[in-house]
Design a protein. Structure first.
Length: 767
């Protein structure tokens, strides 16, 4: 009862609390209604929506008002569209049609000789002046419409002047170009005065259509390019006051399109070489200054499209200029100079940009980057071979140093490209220099190590080591940006360094033995033979193979030691272990075969008539095996390193026992061959494999390694298959007896071990 009474009291307290809250809410609702009604009486509408019943009707009114507002906006949109079409679009279409009509009319009159050339020109000027006067008169009241008329009139004046000079020879050259300069000045003034981009687009850019509408295939391209240069000069003047992108884009695209079309179809090196370079430079400089002028004066930020235009202008100029110079008879000597000329232009501009002290430093880095780009291009253009590689890697190191230490990410990214260029240039140098010795050309002999090619390789390595050190220096953080790019660079830079170190020495070893092999050639003439016979010391090829593998073993051992005791890098350790396994496999397959070839050569002495075949053919075997043992030991040391963070003991044991069986088998064959007991190959290998299977069983039980026991059983199974399918057919009775008894005894011992230690194996399997 006491418990129930206590619960009832608690519930009553909660009920009283809820009633108090209800009264409080009711009071607040009443106050809100009073305030709303007061605001309504004062003519104000609450800004917030409410779900109070009394406000439902105002909400409906508001919804109606909202619908009316939407309808009004729809009506305004239609009105704006109609205004745009009527006041802007129609007049531009009209003036374009008018100009085209005048052009068609002029062309028709020309084709049918309806009026004399002088009359055509005078009537054209009259129509243009009338249109211009009408446009100027309408300016105070109809500014936009007036601007369209003025732009159309200026385009017509360009038309008529070009036709009078180029087609009819009615206007002298100086007069024609003087008039065009006046028209350009007037168009520029009008554009700025009206503050209308349309005047520039129709008046200046539209004038590009003149040569094509009135073309008679006269082929006077100098007049055409001069005409275009005057128009572009007018656009340049506007650029100092206005930043009209559409005007710049139109002029840029039309100018280069006309030039490219002409170059592709009509360019002749003998006739057009000099003035092509002149006008190329004029167009390039005009557009270069045009794109920079307004931005530099206003100190505004360069956007992506501005940068793309700047780059396009630079590389169009360089590309066609380079092509023109390359076709000239002495162009091969001038290509480097032309490339440096491009770099000098950008260098001057970079100084100007730097002095402007813009808040946006990317423009300076862009132009300075162009300087470096063209210097980089000039290197292979003017120089050959290793100098290209060294200059590129030096430039890459400089850019990387500036980018990383001065926090200029643009330079660092540019250095990545140069590193790749330098790397592939170095490999090309190796291909062009090494392994090309011909005995008839003694000057082609490369002295091992002490040669300029090896020196240039090590200069590359030293510079790249500096880049690698700088990249890994924690004092200079990795720039924020693309994580994928940073991940690639993180492994690519040290990867290129290691690759270069390894192959720089390997190429020397390879070339050394190749030269010896080439020099070993002996020519002789057998009696009655018409042709000379040639013999070479093939042992040198085997020595080359062995020393290349031995060098790889030494390199990987040293790399392992450095990483274990100094660098302690897990990615490098994983790569190192993988390469260790790969080189070990190459030694087992290719190296042991080459060693067997040297042994056969020593035993048979088939080349002794021409060359000395000594014990070094046998000694090299144990030098190589020593390197293999050292590499296996150092690989085992890797397994105990904390930074590896993974247990590779299973893979190591498999590789170790597999290699051991292979090497012991090779060693058995080696000694049987030396003592002349080749008939014991089969017997010896079977007994060896059986004995090693027993050893693996013992180790598997002792070390509690099931995979070793399974491996031992597999090896013994292979031995038995070999015994019945291969050995039995060729062995005599005594050897068969020895083999069967030996293998049977081994099987019994293995079975005994399994029975004796079955409790250990059972516990292991349960675990």
């Amino acid at each position: 009862m006491d418990d129930n009474q206590q619960k009832i009291d608690q519930l009553l307290q909660r009920l009283e609390s809820l009633i108090d809250k209800q009264h409080s809410f009711a009071k607040e609702i009443h106050e809100l209604r009073t305030e709303i009604n007061q605001l309504k009486r004062e003519g104000q509408v609450p800004s917030t929506k409410t779900k109070v019943v009394d406000l439902e009707k105002p909400v409906e009114k508001k919804a109606i008002a909202s619908k009316q507002s939407i309808f009004s906006r729809s009506f305004d949109f239609k009105a704006d569209l109609e205004k745009f079409i009527g006041e802007n679009l129609i007049n531009k279409i009209g003036i374009a049609i008018t100009v085209i009509g005048v052009g068609i009319g002029v062309k028709y009159s020309i084709d049918h000789d309806l009026i004399t050339p002088l009359t055509r020109i005078l009537l054209g000027y009259l129509a243009a002046v009338v249109l211009l006067g009408l446009g100027i008169k309408l300016k105070p009241k109809y500014k936009n419409y007036s601007a369209v008329l003025v732009s159309g009139a200026m385009a017509m004046l360009y038309f008529i002047t070009y036709a009078g000079y180029s087609f009819y020879d009615l206007i002298p050259q100086l007069v024609a170009f003087g008039l065009m300069v006046i028209f350009t000045i007037f168009t520029v003034i009008a554009s700025i005065s009206y503050d209308q981009q349309v005047i520039g687009i129709i008046g200046l850019v539209g004038a590009y259509a003149v040569p094509f509408l009135l073309s008679t295939d006269s082929g006077n391209v100098k007049i055409l390019f001069s005409y275009m240069a005057i128009i572009n000069a007018g656009i340049l003047i506007i650029a100092f006051r206005k930043y009209w992108k559409m005007l710049y884009y139109s002029a840029f695209i039309l100018s280069w399109a006309i030039f490219i079309f002409w170059y592709s179809s009509d360019f002749d090196i003998a006739e057009h070489y000099e003035f092509t370079l002149i006008f190329l430079s004029i167009f390039f400089l005009i557009f270069y200054v045009t794109f920079l002028a307004y931005k530099l004066l206003r100190k505004e930020e360069f956007l992506v499209d501005d940068i793309l235009l700047l780059l396009a202008n630079s590389f169009i100029y360089f590309g066609f200029g380079y092509a023109a110079v390359d076709q000239h008879e002495s162009g091969e000597e001038l290509l480097g100079l032309f490339t440096i000329w491009n770099a000098m232009i950008h260098f001057i501009v970079s100084i100007i940009v730097f002095r402007q002290k813009l808040s946006d430093r990317n423009l300076f880095f862009l132009v300075a980057g162009l300087v470096l780009v063209f210097i980089t291009i000039a290197i292979p253009v003017q120089l050959d071979g290793r100098w290209v590689t060294l200059l590129w890697i030096g430039e890459a190191a400089l850019l990387f140093w500036i980018g990383r230490t001065k926090n200029v990410h643009v330079y660092e990214k540019m250095s990545y490209v140069l590193m790749v260029f330098a790397f592939f240039s170095l490999m090309q140098d190796w291909l062009n220099v090494y392994n090309r010795y011909i005995p008839n050309n003694p000057e082609d002999v490369i002295r091992p190590v002490f040669n300029v090619h090896f020196l240039s390789s090590w200069i590359f390595i030293i510079v790249f080591a500096f880049i690698t050190w700088l990249y890994s220096n924690k004092k200079y953080p990795v720039p924020a940006g693309s994580p994928s790019l940073n991940d690639v660079v993180k492994y690519a830079i040290p990867g290129i360094l290691l690759f270069t170190i390894f192959f720089a020495i390997r190429m020397e070893i390879y070339n050394y033995w190749n030269q010896l092999y080439a020099l070993s050639a002996i020519e002789f003439n057998n009696k009655g033979d018409q042709y000379m016979s040639v013999v070479q010391n093939t042992d040198l090829i085997s020595f080359r193979t062995i020393w290349l593998i031995d060098y790889s073993l030494i390199f990987l051992v040293l790399l392992s030691i450095i990483n274990i005791y100094k660098i302690k890098s897990r990615p490098l350790a994983l790569m190192n272990l993988g390469l260790n396994a790969l080189v070990l496999l190459i030694f087992l397959i290719h190296g042991l075969y080459a060693l067997s070839e040297l042994r056969e050569s020593y035993i048979t002495q088939h080349l002794a008539e021409y060359y000395h075949i000594g014990r070094y053919n046998l000694i090299i075997r144990y030098i190589s095996l020593t390197f293999v043992v050292v590499m296996i030991i150092i690989s085992y040391r890797y397994l105990n390193q904390e930074f590896l963070k993974k247990d590779f003991r299973l893979y190591f044991d498999i590789a170790l026992h597999f290699s051991t069986v292979w090497i012991l088998s090779s060693e058995l064959i080696h000694w049987l061959d030396l003592v002349g007991s080749t008939e014991l190959y089969k017997l010896g290998l079977s007994i060896l494999w059986g004995a090693y299977s027993l050893l693996m069983i013992v180790l598997g039980i002792w070390k509690h390694k099931k995979y070793l026991r399974i491996g031992a059983i597999s090896l013994f199974a292979i031995t038995l298959v070999k015994l019945f399918l291969y050995d039995v057919s060729e062995l005599d009775t005594i050897l068969k007896t020895i083999l069967f008894v030996s293998l049977g005894s081994l099987l019994l011992i293995i079975s005994f071990l399994y029975n004796k230690y079955k409790h250990i194996i059972a516990d292991e399997n349960k675990g």
